[in-house]
Structure formats: C-alpha cells, structure tokens
Write a protein that binds this ligand. Structure first.
Ligand SMILES: [Zn+2]
Length: 336
C-alpha cells in the first residue's frame, strides 16, 4: 500500500507538474532499486556502474569524490581520456530528470571501452569529466530539489570555496569546475512530457531544447563558443527522423549553471530532453538522442570544425512552442 501511494504521488508530481520545490519525506523515497525495469539508476546502482566501467576500461578512467550531498551521498566525477582539453558534463541536478544520467553512463562505457575511431580520438584529444546524478538525494526521492528542497541549479553564482551555499552539491561542482578550467560545460535536464498534441507520433514534437548563456555578464567568447556548440547539436539532430531541436526559453539569472559557467568564461550549454519517466517507450529514444548531442559536441571539438561553425546560426534555432500549445497541463516552474 505504501508503495502504491508512493508511485501515485510520483506520477502526480511528474504528470500534473506539481513537483516544483516540494519535498518528499524519507518514508516516501522512491525505491529505484526495485524499479530496474524502468532503467533509472538509484545512487548505489550508479556507484556500482561507475566502478564497473573503471574495471573494464581499456583507457585510464578515474573516479573522484568531489564532495557529498546533504545526506552524505558521494558526488563522484568520472574522468576518461588523456587529452589536454578538459570538458565537463553534469546530469540530474534535478533528481527527477534521469535520462541524462543513463545516457552519460552509456557514453562513459563507450568512451572507456571502445576501440572505435570516435572513442579513441576523444580519449586522445580530450579529457572528459562527467558528474552523473549531481543531486543524489533528490534522485533517490525523484524530486527536483535536494534533501532540503533547494534547487541546486539556482546556486551556481557562489564564489569558489563558499561555505554558505545552501546546496553543497552545487558548491562541490563550482569548486571542481573552476579548478578544472574546462573548454566547455554541458548541463543535461529533462523538460517534461510536453508534446504538441502528437504524443503517439514522434517527430511532431520537439525532442530536445537547447540554449546558451544569456546573462549580460557572460564572457563574449564563451557565448560564441556556446552558440557554436548549439549549432553543432542542431545540425546533427536535424538529420534524424523523428527528432527536432528547439531553443529553450531560459532566463538570464547568474545563479543558473548555464549562465554561471558562461560568466566564468567557459562554453556553456543547456540540454533539455523532452522526456518523463512515465513514458518509458520514449526513454530509449531520448537516451540515444542525448548521447548523439554530446557526441557531436565532443567530436566537433576534437576535429576543430566546431570553431568554424557560424555562431549566428544559433538564432535560427526555432523557439520551443508556448506552453499553451502543448498537450499536457504544464504549470511547474521552468525545468532548467
Ligand atoms: Zn531540470
């Protein structure tokens, strides 16, 4: 009975969009361990996966605990590659948005174990740092906020070493990324099950939305690079059947990761997959597309073609439709 109530609550949270900053009690924590069929990782499962990848890797893979969540769960960055250029990717700042975590576990596995040309050249030319499930307390509850209901993607404006950040998860990321000084940062989210009236007809909805830093203080060169990364993803996904990209209607706040890391001078990209966990049939597509978007940015960076892309073309990426055009009621705050 308790389990059924929990599932009902979760369904309500994601389906009618009330999950905003609500806090799920510990008793209602979603037992992801019991839900393997839905393929989302609990935090312990994720830690096992990262260990497995490290053990099976043909290349150098390191796991580094960069901090811990409010409830003491490890925040682990997995690094693969030996190149001079560092890239940083984060998933699941919002605990109910698991597709990026699965996609990046698959991608890590590929980069660490494959002998194919793509994986070899990325490993040789780049060092890819991935922080999957940055908000593990939220992930274990399937909620947006951390254990105290704080939205960690509104806490990235704190300086390095700050001790008053209400999200230790965000502070750990700020400290790590700033020390790393990466070429670019990507922050992966899910923007919910918002379909333009064509739920059973993929291709008639935007499968992903993307964006670049828009805060006026963002470094102009970082913004240009971010726009080139957006164009790379747009060109790539446009070639797929049943997939379309749009521009995410995000704000200019300096506290949002997309803007905060642009202000610090790194290329910075937001990815919002159109997905919720209650539409499992679409999950595979979203996980694959998420990987493709990451792969084109990595490969473009290795091949140097990224820097030849016209950043002005980012303005041609279509706007995501207004909420009223979407099939499902959608009154939660923006998901970024
Ligand atoms: Zn989100």
């Amino acid at each position: 009975m308790k389990r059924r109530n929990t599932l009902k609550l979760i369904s309500g949270m994601a389906g009618i969009g009330t999950f905003g900053t609500s806090i799920v009690s510990a008793d209602e924590t979603w037992p992801r361990e019991e839900k393997r069929s839905q393929r989302w990782f609990s935090h312990p499962e994720l830690m096992d996966q990262l260990d497995n990848i490290q053990q099976r890797a043909r290349a150098n893979v390191t796991l580094e605990e960069i901090g811990e969540s409010i409830e003491g769960r490890e925040l682990v960055v997995t690094t693969v590659g030996s190149g001079d250029t560092d890239i940083f990717i984060v998933t699941e700042q919002h605990g109910g948005e698991p597709h990026g975590t699965n996609a990046m576990v698959e991608e890590l596995q590929h980069l660490a174990t494959s002998g194919k040309e793509y994986a070899e050249k990325v490993r040789n030319e780049l060092t890819v740092h991935i922080l999957p499930q940055a908000n593990p307390d939220g992930a274990m509850r399937n909620q947006r906020g951390n254990a105290e209901g704080i939205d960690m993607n509104r806490q990235h404006h704190y300086p390095v070493g700050a001790t008053n950040n209400p999200s230790p998860e965000a502070q750990a990321m700020i400290d790590y990324v700033t020390d790393l000084n990466p070429l670019w940062v990507t922050d992966i989210h899910c923007q919910g099950g918002a379909f333009s009236g064509e739920k059973d007809n993929p291709g008639h909805y935007y499968t992903s939305s993307i964006y670049w830093p828009t805060n006026p203080e963002a470094d102009p060169e970082a913004v240009e690079l971010s726009r080139q990364l957006n164009v790379a993803m747009w060109d790539q996904v446009d070639g797929y059947a049943n997939a379309q990209l749009s521009r995410y209607p995000g704000g200019t706040g300096a506290e949002i990761a997309r803007n905060a890391y642009g202000i610090r001078g790194y290329g910075s990209v937001l990815m919002e997959m159109t997905a919720t966990h209650e539409h499992p049939a679409l999950s595979g597509q979203m996980i694959n597309q998420c990987r493709k978007q990451i792969e084109v940015m990595l490969e473009d960076t290795v091949d140097d073609v990224l820097f030849d892309r016209d950043p002005d073309r980012a303005d041609n990426i279509p706007d995501r439709p207004a909420r009223t055009a979407w099939k499902f009621a959608w009154d939660q705050p923006p998901h970024e």
